[in-house]
Design a protein around this ligand. Structure first.
Ligand code: ATP
Ligand code: MG
Length: 181
């Protein structure tokens, strides 16, 4: 089983300053008043794991994940999230007992991704996670109001969940990429 160890957020949504969450084995609960940033933590998790849909991240465009500023603090030029995963039982197909993936988006438009400090492509992160049970689809991250969507999924949507869970989506993404070329 993969186990999330730490999540570090800087310049992502309401987290202007670097903030690190440490996850102990077992269930983690995030509590706080309305609007305090609980869902933003979940968005950061989805984002670093490869989420590409602005709507899934509750924004209009991807740039909306970058700290937009408050009356007390100027907007930032980049959002950065890093996630460290315990891989001591080799659930991820990589020869490290600990894996850190990171994603940075610049307001000027560029993106950077890394696996254990080495620059990589978004696809590399998606592929690394795709057979692990972690992934971008909502069977892993079920947001507010989304439970309803799972319960009322169309057969087509249900097929998407099953494909992701079984690792087929990785191959479809590869094929779509090849076809686009
Ligand atoms: P609830 O209990 O109502 O679900 P929550 O704790 O889940 O609340 P979030 O939705 O995580 O709250 O956080 C909402 C806050 O995040 C809002 O105050 C919003 O202004 C702020 N926020 C979202 N995106 C950005 C951004 N790009 N820059 C700055 N602040 C942002
Ligand atoms: Mg919320």
């Amino acid at each position: 089983r993969v186990h999330l160890k730490t999540l570090t957020i800087r310049g992502f949504k309401s987290f202007a300053s670097a903030t690190t969450f440490e996850f102990e084995p077992g269930v983690t609960a995030v509590v706080g008043p309305n609007g305090s940033g609980k869902s933003n933590v979940v968005d950061a998790l989805a984002w670093v794991m490869g989420e590409q849909g602005a709507k899934q991240l509750r924004g209009g465009k991807m740039e909306d994940v970058i700290f937009a500023g408050t009356t007390a603090r100027a907007p930032l030029g980049r959002a950065h999230v890093a996630l460290t995963i315990d891989n001591s039982d080799n659930a991820l197909p990589i020869e490290y007992s600990e894996v850190t993936i990171s994603r940075t988006l610049f307001r000027t438009g560029g993106s950077e991704y890394s696996i254990n400090g080495n620059a990589c492509r978004l696809l590399d992160i998606q592929e690394l996670l795709s057979d692990s049970g972690l992934g971008r689809e909502m069977h892993v991250i079920v947001g507010q109001g989304q439970l309803d969507r799972v319960l009322h999924a169309t057969p087509e949507e249900r097929r998407g969940f099953i494909e992701e869970a079984s690792g087929i989506l990785k191959h479809r993404r590869r094929r779509e990429k090849a076809v686009r070329k």
